[in-house]
Design a binder for this molecule. Sequence first.
Ligand code: FES
Ligand code: MG
Length: 570
Amino acid sequence: MRSAAWFGAKGRSGMIYRSWMRNQGYGPEVFDGRAVIGIATSASELAPCNAHLHRVADAVKRGVWQAGGFPLEFPTMATGETLMRPTAMLYRNLMAMEVEELIRANPLDGVVLLSGCDKTTPAMLMGAASADLPAIMVTGGPMLNGKYRGRDVGSGTAVWRFEEDLKAGRMTQEECFFAEGCMARSNGHCMTMGTASTMACLAEALGMQLPGSATWPAVDARRFSTAEQAGRRIVELVAEDLRPSRVLTRQAFENAIRTNAAIGGSTNAIVHLLALAGRVDVELDLDDFDRLAARVPTLVNLMPSGSFLMEDFCYAGGLPVVLRQLADAGLLHGEQVTVTGKAIAEVVARAECWNREVITTFDEPFQPPGTGTAVLRGNLCPRGAVLKQSAASPELLVHGGRALVFDSVEDYHAVCDDPDLDVDADTVLVIRGAGPKGYPGMPEVSNVPLPAKLLAAGVRDMVRICDGRMSGTGYGTVVLHVAPESALGGPLALVHTGDWIELDVPSRRLTLEVDDAELRRREARLRPTPPVYTSGYTWLYTEHVLQADEGADFDFLRGSRGHEVPRESH
Ligand code: FES
Ligand code: MG
């Protein structure tokens, strides 16, 4: 056992390692060479989606003791999506770095990763991948379905609708206050197919969490028995020395990409999977997402693309049903090993569907193949951009219009309610300065609300183009993740109000109809944006963050560094 270098040590160091641990009341038996299991808990009252994770940790601990291991819970940073400014994404890499270092620095043989909110799942996976000790993920589970006036309301998705209804006068402020409490009525993360639910499902599709684990509601007793099972299993995983580097193969990523298409998952998954692949040296690029998903229909009918929520998905059979259907269609690498120790196809072979409205079939899918997230290319996005077709308006997928350009999202918000704003339904809104370096942190601001005058006229969608991200719960015809970003002098920085822009999603093109010579002239006049931060973490971030097409990880964090620590501490 790796931990024996600490707890099995003779002399002064060993005495220090053991003695101080005994102040917690452990007898000497826990140092007998059993597997020491870290439980990395991102619980925080500042990250409401993760606030209940101590309870999940208790369940994991039971399992670890049952299997003869020694569980030790430790806190990690929690990147809560709702409260953190300027964006939780600014801190994903910091959290990943913390997780990696804590795993390596401590006497652990294996680790159980507890996450919930959007960025916490990829951050945990990235850190664990770079430390490469046996690891199982247990996500905290979605909230119960929101219920407002007898209807299901999805977290996130309903916020955008309520805001539009309020702006258009269909809802009062009092009704909005009341609805807030109806939307979030139990522990757990967003129960739409937003980024948290997506990443929980993809952790399962990657083979990093136990089957069925992604969908149990946060308050369902079976969430806790699954966590207990994960506690037992991690002890075996240590004995088998089954590490993330064996689970997170190119095949596993291909499975995750196809799963993301089948569940109608978040566009943020693209950024997170690219970053995770970079940690395990798996070659993955933006075009893989379009190519691999091309034959995959959207099977799961969940908001924001559809009408149901995670509770319904759970009761319909959950992700194992989707994985089984992908396997039956020849679209899953079934032999890929998972943390169960078994091949993924074997794990899901007996999964049954209990509700065909929620999980549809390949024969009658919720949405046909090729309607998932499209990867766009063109002179406006030489390194790519993405658009979630299932969340867009079909009639806008081929659209030409005049650009109305804003250098920042704040510039847009300052005028979007102006009744004299020179805009119509055909205008293409260009919002720049929201990339990884430019904002900084690549926030979820791209699906800006429509101008008030258009909302009042009944317009529900228009084309928007941005170098930022969109919440996984968001919708609209929004071109996201434009790379390179405007702050790096990407072509997005060269667009002028009035330029003609052509969006052609079926042929995957995004074109600024301005000739090259003129673009070169504009480029020559471009002044570099001076850095806003010259010290602190945000400075480090802007110095080292990669572009969206590389997952917006730090350049110096790519790759795996393993778990060896060459030197003693005393
Ligand atoms: Fe945490 Fe949506 S805000 S999952
Ligand atoms: Mg989000």
